[in-house]
Design a protein around this ligand. Sequence first.
Ligand code: ZN
Length: 149
Amino acid sequence: MKKSMRRKLENELDDLWREIIYLTYDFTCEMCGREMTPEECHAHHIIPRGNFNVRWDLGNGSLLCNYNHNEAPDAPHHDNEKYLEWLKVHRWKGHYERLLRKSGEKGGANKLEILELMQLRNRLKEIKICMEELRAKSSLLTYTIRYSL
Ligand SMILES: [Zn+2]
């Protein structure tokens, strides 16, 4: 019972994390700038998702197309070292080092308590709702500007 509760919460968190990454990058590949449908989006974990310290950290995500996720010479699932070189140049200074530090805390693989999972889920839900509202408002704004000129 307790185990399936954990599994359910982890699945919910995985879904929320992925959806927020889509919204954060506006359904656009971070490496090539291609706009994608939700089905084409690949939300990539910079530090692998087996590390529970950063599995649902929004800074541990990147949005990529299939090519830049799996096939390009510097795609993370093709040559992760090349990808990380790309990332260090294109993200803010110290971003990757912060992720590495956080991923190494408390041994790295410690699982969260059920209560912590629930709190994190509620926080991610709120973030997702805010981002969807913001997105709806900004597309309304874009529409208004475009058609009032
Ligand atoms: Zn791409």
